[in-house]
Design a binder for this molecule. Structure first.
Ligand code: NAD
Length: 457
């Protein structure tokens, strides 16, 4: 299995991919050791994740370079991902104990009856991960899973395998036994083989197509299958905003990590009365982004991690232009590059029958559509099979919250976008997935409740 730098084409490493046989052996060890791990006091598991946190800080620069070299993520954004990981770890460390403590539902008040809820680990869980934010999407699963006493079979994306390997090394070096955190390397075929093992839960982050295949493969086994999938996240810009601030914020939300975020802004609707001014400001922001070598601190947009996505973006531009859209900036490959660089692209005059406004782009491209008012914006925002996030930029809070109340997504944003918080559940609706990570829900997801009915003799 080769790991390649998308910016240079250089082969960074040759790794030994798992086979169905090696995978089965990893699974057997996890199955055997999980009860031992679960019986350890929770304080020991918390201590192990605390040490993992220390390893991340100790290897910070090296980890950021690895992530940039294998995904093409600009180096400042790789550092940001590690910076964001620390408060997530802290949130889990601070809240896991209280979340999984037994709940006394009915206190024995002299009747002799008590009712208690305890939280038991699921057992051995599969954690199949995307490449775009490997520290975030991985730790959302393996951290609470390990803390609550599960064994984890972790399959990083084949496009972020070196980061996956580093994560495993750091966990093993922190007191999580290798048997309890099994590293599974390989592509989609080994991911499918992992889902076919008799695991007790599948926690997946990736595309809708793969999520659907996983849900289908696991159907009938009566195990939790949690899916964090793609999005076509809309934002509506009302006519009362600070145009310059909204344009700057949304350009960042659409083009950060070259638009390769599940919650990237993928569609913008803007009130017709400010549309021209907004588009001018937006394009000025986009044109100011430094596109180039992801290893350079100044770079804001690097190459695409998955080179084949270039064809998807080319097709979206061609489809939009054929149907009457205007390319305001970008529109194709970055001049002078032979690698997977797509120029930050802004399309106007778009309509909802264009692929760029319907299908996940997952790249540095955005369509901006002028709308007559709030009702049209709301209809268009909800006109999608996805349901991850939606945002409204408005000075008037009640106007924004009333719209957001009627939007069918797991997260809603007022005057912000492309944002995830460990304190809040991260969940998609429709083709964006099932279940939640983060928040207390994202800890309990790795446990099964047991209801205790206790009557004194
Ligand atoms: P992907 O679906 O191609 O791959 C994800 C993982 O699944 C990889 O590890 C891959 O090897 C594995 N896989 C592929 N086929 C499989 C199969 N049949 N069975 C089991 N595993 C299989 O997705 P990707 O390209 O890595 O990630 C991009 C997608 O992830 C985008 O759609 C993005 O929106 C989504 N995403 C969602 C979230 C979220 O929180 N909702 C976060 C990050 C990324």
């Amino acid at each position: 299995m080769q790991v390649t730098n998308p910016a240079t084409g250089e082969v960074l490493a040759e790794l030994k991919a798992d086979t169905p046989e090696s995978l089965a052996a990893t699974y057997e060890l996890a199955r055997a050791f999980q009860p031992v791990w679960a019986e350890r006091p929770i304080a020991e598991r918390i201590e192990a994740i605390r040490k993992f946190r220390a390893h991340v800080l100790y290897r910070y620069d090296e980890l950021a370079s690895i992530l940039t070299s294998e995904t093409g993520k600009p180096i400042t954004q790789s550092r940001n991902e590690l910076n964001g990981l620390i408060p997530r770890l802290d949130w889990f460390l601070d809240h896991v104990e209280a979340t999984v403590d037994d709940d006394v539902a009915l206190l024995d008040d002299g009747s002799g009856l008590e009712e208690v809820i305890s939280h038991e680990p699921l057992g051995v869980v599969a954690n199949i991960s995307a490449w775009n934010y490997p520290y975030f999407v991985g730790s959302n699963v393996f951290v609470p899973a390990l803390l609550t006493g599960n064994a984890v079979l972790y399959k990083p994306s084949e496009l972020a395998a070196l980061t996956g390997q580093a994560i495993a090394e750091m966990l093993w070096g922190s007191g999580v036994p290798e048997e309890v955190f099994g590293l599974v390397l390989g592509d989609g075929a080994i991911g499918a083989a992992l889902v076919d093992l008799p695991v007790d839960g599948v926690f997946f982050t990736g595309s809708y197509a793969t999520g659907k295949a996983i849900a289908t493969a696991a159907a009938g086994r009566m195990i939790p299958v949690q899916l964090e999938l793609g999005g076509k996240d809309p934002v509506y810009v009302c006519d009362d905003v600070d145009i310059s601030a909204a344009a700057a914020s949304l350009a960042d939300g659409a083009f950060y990590n070259a638009g390769q975020s599940c919650c990237s802004v993928e569609r913008i609707y803007v009130h017709r009365s400010i549309a021209d001014a907004f588009v001018d400001e937006f394009v000025a922001n986009v044109d100011a982004f430094v596109v180039g070598d992801p290893a350079e601190d100044a770079t804001y947009v690097g190459p695409l991690t998955r080179p084949s996505q270039l064809d998807v973006l080319d097709a979206q531009v061609a489809d939009a232009v054929a149907k009457g859209a205007t390319v305001r900036t970008g529109g194709g490959r970055v001049e002078g590059t032979s690698g997977p660089w797509f120029a930050p692209t802004v399309l106007t005059g778009v309509t909802s029958d264009m692929a760029v406004m319907r299908d996940e782009s997952f790249g540095p491209i955005i369509g901006i559509q002028a709308v007559a008012g709030d009702d049209e914006a709301l209809d268009l925002m909800n006109d999608t099979e996805y349901g991850l996030t939606a945002g409204v930029y408005a000075a008037d809070e009640p106007r924004a919250t009333e719209l957001l109340d009627r939007v069918d997504t797991g997260s809603v944003y007022w005057n912000c976008c492309d944002r995830v918080s460990p304190r809040l559940p991260w969940s998609g609706r429709g083709h964006s997935g099932i279940g939640s990570t983060l928040s207390r829900s994202g800890i309990l997801a790795f446990t099964r409740p047991k209801a205790w009915h206790l009557r004194q003799p």
